[in-house]
Design a protein around this ligand. Sequence first.
Ligand SMILES: [Zn+2]
Length: 270
Amino acid sequence: MKKIKLAVLMLCVLCLFAASAAAQQPAWTYPIKATTLDDKTGLLVLANTTSLIPEDYVPYHLVNTYLRATNAGMQLRQEAADALKRMFEDATSAGYTLYIKSAYRSYQTQNTMYQNRLEKYNKDDGVVAAPGTSDHQTGLAVDILNYAWTQQDGMRPEFSQTAEAQWMAENCAKYGFILRYMEDKQEITGIIFEPWHFRYVGEEVAAYMMENHLSLEEFTAEYQQAIASFEQAGGDFKAYVKAQRELPPPIIISGDEEGESEVSLFYQTP
Ligand SMILES: [Zn+2]
């Protein structure tokens, strides 16, 4: 019994140490959790003409989506595939039938598409992204159409006028997706308005981005600035994130072998 109380006391002391180490850091005031922005799982990866994905980059845990699609074998990262499945199911309940037009594309596939387009038009007309710059190489991006548009050759911004596109724009964030290429962000993204292109970033970030109408380029710049400001104020971002990860939610231990109704609240050490 005494030993248990001593152990609990020591754990509390350890927690105080951890808490005081964290307290030396400036306050984290940015609306997104620091652990999310540390992006251990790569959900915030940015692919564009100034932030290229390496040729040998293969997204973590690609899976077949097995969702309604124009072609078989549409792959996404597991998290994105799971979220998309829920989005497709809820769309169906709302009366909309969605189709995947395109999902993960490897560097090699993107390169072939790009070279074909170059050959056809003798110039880079901006329609097909150069290899290394496509959001589809992240395994987190998906093009989604309704039936009528799967029957057309090519995708155009007018798809935004369909009920399916409007439902997706309104609801995508609930599933962790953002509209990656918005109409009034073309100058920033360097890509035309693509009401069919959705990108998984996780629910916390998607809700914030859609609410604040941010492109991934703007969000990236904004959170990198938040980290820089934190460090300018004397913080150590990596250490702060590490401390956050090491403090799991408190657990409640009640009673002991003698049946006392004593309740101790403490943090479990990692
Ligand atoms: Zn796309």
